[in-house]
Design a protein around this ligand. Structure first.
Ligand code: IP8
Length: 252
């Protein structure tokens, strides 16, 4: 939702601004950690250098730099927008405070985040490259994984995944007019959904959100996948207001 996915390096400024505005309004009552993905920034470069596959050639190393350059650009745009709405956000770089093993998140040093939250500061984290303890040596850690991990570790009440459609559908709502929104999604429904999907993200697109989301839901967190391109949607979802469509992950 924060980038134009089929146009490399193109932000969706209007959406970034509207979400920033809503965060600033909600900050009077709620604490937030904001996590953003790679959109049409990080994924383009990560896939060019095959970073998510791990280390297999020294020519990939400059790809690490290029992924950071592009992700920093996107983080900077979001940070500027948050600052313009007076949101006290501080960017936190995941590659410096977490490690992975075989592509999965292994350890996260969350102390600085807890201290920021205590102070009313909003940590802003991107999906990132990460050092990997296995023979992979490095990998890409999705913002979706980071968000689910932090939600569980910091006892969040809600984990909200923002996207540009109303939630999870039976098909791709952008190409299939018969696709219907699934208001409550259970794990058992996932398999048939996967069979009908095409995914371009190096980290697995919507299914990553769903799978990571279920891990958080198992720890008692309410997990929602909703359309944050709609003005006011974040406020409605945070406050459980009626009238907004989304998907909730349901256990069992
Ligand atoms: O879009 C991936 O984050 P995601 C970040 O949340 C990079 O999967 C660096 C491609």
């Amino acid at each position: 939702m924060i980038t134009v996915k089929d146009k490399p390096f193109t932000p969706n400024i209007q959406v970034i601004e509207e979400v920033s505005r809503q965060v600033s309004e909600l900050l009077e009552e709620y604490l937030f950690i904001l996590v953003h993905g790679g959109g049409s920034y990080g994924h383009v470069v990560a896939s060019e250098y095959r970073i998510a596959e791990g280390f297999f050639h020294p020519d990939q190393l400059i790809g690490l730099t290029k992924v950071k350059l592009r992700m920093n650009e996107l983080t900077q745009l979001i940070l500027s927008s948050l600052a313009s709405y007076n949101v006290p956000a501080v960017p936190v770089t995941p590659v410096s405070c977490l490690t992975c093993s075989s592509g999965g998140l292994e350890k996260f040093f969350t102390e600085p985040l807890r201290m920021m939250l205590d102070l009313g500061v909003v940590p802003l984290l991107p999906g990132d490259l990460a050092m990997d303890r296995s023979e992979k040596k490095f990998t890409i850690i999705s913002g979706d994984s980071i968000a689910a991990h932090l939600a569980a570790e910091l006892n969040a009440v809600k984990l909200i995944y923002g996207t540009d459609v109303d939630g999870v559908f039976t098909g791709d709502p952008k190409h299939d007019s018969n696709a219907i929104l699934i208001p409550r999604l259970s794990r058992s429904m996932l398999k048939s959904l996967k069979a009908s999907s095409t995914v371009s993200d190096v980290t697995g697109g919507i299914f990553r959100k769903i799978e990571e989301g279920f891990n958080a839901a198992e720890k008692g967190i309410k997990v929602i996948i909703g359309n944050l391109t709609k003005p006011g949607a974040l406020i409605s979802i945070v406050k459980d207001e009626a009238g907004v469509l989304y998907t909730t992950l349901e256990l069992g």
